[in-house]
Write a new protein. Sequence first.
Length: 430
Amino acid sequence: MTKTNAVTSKHYARLLFFGCFLTSSAFGQVDPVPNYAPFILDKRVEREDYNFRIGPVNVDVVGTFGIEYNDNINTSEDKPIEDWILQPGINFGLKWQISENNEFDVNVGAEYWYYLDHNELNNASNQLAISPNTELSFRVLVGDVVFRVYDRIQYAFDSSDAVYIDKNGVTRNDPETFERWRNVLGVQSEWFIGETVFSGQLSREDVYSPDSKFEYVNRYEYKAALNVERALAANLLAGIGTSYTVFDFDQDVNNDGDVFSIGPYLDWKITEFIGLYTGVAYNDRSFDSGAFTDDPAFYGDSDSKEDFTWNVRLSHVLNEVFNHQLELYRAVNVSNTANFNTLDGIRYSCVYSINSRITLNGSVGYDENESSGGLLNDDYDRWIAGISTELVLGPRLTAEVGYRYIDKSSSAEFQSYEQNQFRVFFKYDF
């Protein structure tokens, strides 16, 4: 085994050992739990296998096709739009082992959406979705240090929690779409010294909307983060992370600001079947003043916040066919309509393998959000639930039938809604 493979395998084994037991389909899961701390590093996009090889390059191609019914595409309180949507897509992966110390990866995920009833929604800006797992990555081993340069891109157009702001500064609710690009360009490093791993990240994240009605969300964020981890025992990993982030909006609708974060975390495999992850972070946030969100005509906005955020995740493998997970969290994030949102939540997820061809996935969650004020003062409670069945139809073909429900109750006008989604999804691994 080469040194590159030895280092990579060692780190991968550590991730497998201390990682979550739970694996399930995407649609059976509710929205992902937000990071509780800014110092959490961007995860590398990994693929399970590759279809074929062209010279030194491994290639993976997966074709997908979905049929979805959504009774509230625009997440509206009083004027929901319902439709059937056809969603053909592709996932493409490429891995080039340039040398024993250098590796280049390409991962692309895209879907094309076609609306059957509302043709006015069938335009380029509202049809081609690029998944957040779309990434270019180059890794190189220098001594005992692994460096990774990566660029991750996403394009989305769902209208959840979006509002218009026109040239007169008036907010208008219930947009049908909310188009935005998100790009993260970064450099990461991992330095292995015995059982201790030093991990760092320098990155810039850009958020950009091509629609002038949403230009107020355009911003960039610079982040510098450092994590130090050590295996205290064969079943116990402890670490501490710290980061400093600066964010700057293009327009003066939202306030610019920065946040410093630091805190410990612990990943403990209590028994062969029970795992516990817990982390807490102290965050010191400060914001400028004078932006449009501070206008007394709206709700004002807090200019600073010191807080603690956390995540506690308990995983349990009951037997060889059933595993489940419970997660409690608090996260504070930059908002598009205020300085920040404080989100407290709980999620429960489970996976039941009926046999080698049929798997049931389920998840339910409750969130409680407190806004710092701003344009909407969008304080809300939200229930999210999802259930799905995965079917293995052949050596390369799988299908999924899923349902997801969202019920948001907000104190802000026009921000409450209910949404039901049904989806049949096919995946063919070439």
